[in-house]
Design a protein around this ligand. Structure first.
Ligand code: PSU
Ligand code: MN
Length: 305
């Protein structure tokens, strides 16, 4: 931590809350730089921060700006980041690269977990985690988000793995790596834009307090790593999976035809699905992130008390 501090700027509001032992929720920024178009990305980030504040916690959006690892952004920093064309998409492999090169980038779930843990923030809200891509048996495309969940003790609140992924394989990898997957208030694994996937949830809990207690118990037993909370999107905003599947298949085919690979896959698919659904997928994405932020704040409050 001491060595890390030379590269980190903790926003005063966040530093104060951490020093006082108050609830803080980390937020990622790849969703801002690569997950949603301007200006909805900035509006989403702003709304999510104010929801967390309303729940009695302090939001800390994490990003790399001009070589500094930012824990908490000012409104102008966030707005500028949301419009930057040169932002990298940063994960465990290249977080330090961007810092050492003075670059700017959005942090993925994996990189945000690293930043949150360095700052002492135990909970983080996102939309959907990365995971095992469809066809991974050929492409080997498995998000480093899964590896990070196995290593770094941060609770990640999501709406499940993104539905563009192979959800059964993603759950298998998480189980192998010892990552608890907890569905919130349901026995079925949610699937990002949809409340239900075909998979049963590995674990279920029904309150923020129970989630906080579970993570405290893991820590007490010396079991390392984070956990994944899968919080279903609100019913009135969901797009049922039967409907999403056609759009996902089409977007996958377009990605293959365009030769999209590596880090570009997830942003391409999200962007293409936005077009195919006439913007509906974006509206749902925004609502599910807000829903996750609210739950993350409640977990943070439960952990802090
Ligand atoms: N949730 C969203 N939109 C996003 C992401 C999450 O609603 O764009 C981002 C997260 O930063 C996650 C990344 O870590 O997508 C996964 O990218 P990949 O599949 O390349 O690992
Ligand atoms: Mn990938």
């Amino acid at each position: 931590m001491a060595a890390a501090l030379q590269h980190i700027d903790i926003h005063p509001r966040v530093a104060e809350a951490l020093a006082a032992g108050r609830a803080v929720v980390a937020l990622e920024s790849t969703i801002i730089t690569h997950g949603m178009p301007w200006p909805q990305n900035n509006e989403m980030a702003m709304e999510v921060e104010s929801l967390i504040t309303q729940e009695g916690a302090v939001p800390a959006t994490i990003a790399v700006i001009d070589g500094r690892l930012k824990i908490g952004l000012s409104a102008s920093e966030r707005e500028e980041l949301a419009q930057r064309k040169d932002a990298m998409k940063l994960s465990r492999a290249d977080l330090a690269f961007a810092i050492s090169q003075g670059r700017t980038g959005g942090t993925t779930v994996a990189a945000t977990m690293i930043g949150a843990h360095l700052a002492g923030i135990p909970v983080f809200a996102t939309g959907g985690i990365g995971g095992v891509h469809r066809g991974a048996e050929k492409s080997f495309d498995i998000s480093s988000d899964l590896e990070e969940l196995a290593r770094t003790p941060v609770i990640v609140v999501s709406a499940g793995p993104k539905a563009i992924l192979d959800i059964p394989k993603t759950l298998e990898v998480l189980e192998t790596r010892g990552v608890p997957v907890v569905a919130y208030g349901t026995a079925t694994m949610p699937a990002f834009w949809s409340r239900e996937s075909p998979c049963p949830a590995p674990l279920r809990l029904d309150s923020p307090e129970a989630i906080a207690e579970f993570q405290k118990t893991r820590a007490a037993l010396g079991i390392p790593g984070g956990m994944l909370i899968a919080n279903p999107v609100p019913r009135q905003m969901e797009i049922p999976s039967a409907e999403m599947e056609a759009y996902i298949a089409r977007a996958e085919a377009d990605a293959a035809a365009a030769g999209i690979g590596g880090k570009a896959v997830t942003p391409f698919l999200l962007g293409r699905i936005l077009e195919l659904t006439g913007g509906r997928s974006l509206k749902t994405n925004i609502e599910l992130v807000k829903n996750n932020a609210r739950l993350a704040a409640r977990i943070a409050v439960a952990l802090a008390s």
